[in-house]
Design a protein around this ligand. Structure first.
Ligand code: 7PJ
Length: 287
């Protein structure tokens, strides 16, 4: 029975893989963020993701796509905090009580998001930015996803190299788990993620997917995020809006290889794929 504790006495059950739905809070054309329109559309998006079968809503205000420009602290706060507040204030409990993850590397965004009611820190920089470890340690039972990235988003895809892909990523995980322990964060709060597309060649990404189960030996839940990524698009020569089938294949392979959390844009379709796999895996009763 795999469970991860969350703040306010809740728990994340990971016996079967669950879906993390991606909610990007990007600026609308009328303001820099925090507008009624932007917040409202974030809540509607969250509601759709939950209805479609997401267990976690991953709210992000910083684009970490290769080459994306940096976002200032004020801008990022302006995008994500009103969205979290509005979700928590929603009239329907399925929305207001949902599990919220905050996709950020900035400690001040983490702090304010956790105060606003976020349950999980999802950090592509694995709490390596200033004060991130200490902020995470201040909040009892916050779950933390530590992702591996080689380099920085702007340049990470220019010819990434590894001595030994799996040994290097495992070494990084162990180092970050130790840093968390030293800061007072319990290992049971942690989720690991090898970081598809974050400083990895196409060959590296498919090696990671094929041998995804090798990250299970650390005894922590592992997250897979490959939805619509270039590992799908470059393989198939498809634009971002044509990557659904490839993303679903990737999600299924990750689940079969032990991924406990699947981070996706297309929640409904992924939920169908996982349900078919689960029916086969666990069997159905004839009653
Ligand atoms: C990931 C993420 C991922 C985790 C992004 C995109 C880029 N967080 N945030 N894992 N990717 N934990 O979705 O294409 O793979 S942003």
């Amino acid at each position: 029975m795999t469970t991860v504790n969350l703040p306010r006495g809740r728990k994340l059950h990971l016996d079967t893989p669950i879906i993390m739905g991606i909610l990007n809070v990007t600026p609308d054309s009328f303001s820099d963020g925090g507008s009624y329109y932007q917040t409202d559309s974030a809540v509607i998006q969250a509601q759709t993701l939950l209805n479609d079968g997401a267990t976690i809503i991953d709210i992000g205000g910083e684009s970490t796509r290769p080459g994306a420009p940096d976002v200032t602290l004020e801008e990022e706060l302006n995008r994500v905090i009103p969205a979290i507040n509005a979700i928590r204030a929603h009239s329907e409990p399925t929305v207001s009580d949902c599990i919220i993850s905050i996709d950020t590397s900035k400690s001040e965004v983490m702090r304010q998001a956790l105060h606003a009611g976020a349950d999980i820190i999802n950090d592509v920089r694995a709490l390596q930015e200033p004060d991130a470890l200490s902020v995470a340690a201040e909040f009892a039972d916050v779950a933390i996803c530590l992702m591996h990235m080689q380099g920085q988003p702007r340049t990470m895809q220019s010819n990434p190299q590894y001595n030994d892909l799996f040994a290097d990523i495992n070494h990084f995980f162990k180092q970050r788990i130790d840093a968390c322990k030293t800061a007072g964060i319990k290992p049971q709060q942690l989720i690991l993620d090898p970081g598809f597309g974050f400083g990895k060649s196409l060959a590296h990404n498919y090696e990671l997917l094929k041998r995804f189960d090798e990250f299970n030996h650390l005894g922590l839940p592992v997250l897979a995020g490959l939805s619509r990524k270039s590992m799908i698009g470059n393989l198939l020569n498809r634009n971002t809006d044509e990557r659904l089938a490839g993303s679903l294949a990737g999600a299924l392979i990750a689940a079969q290889n032990g991924a406990k959390i699947i981070r996706v844009h297309d929640v409904k379709e992924t939920a169908d794929v996982l349900a078919v796999w689960q029916a086969c895996e666990q069997g159905l009763s004839n009653e």
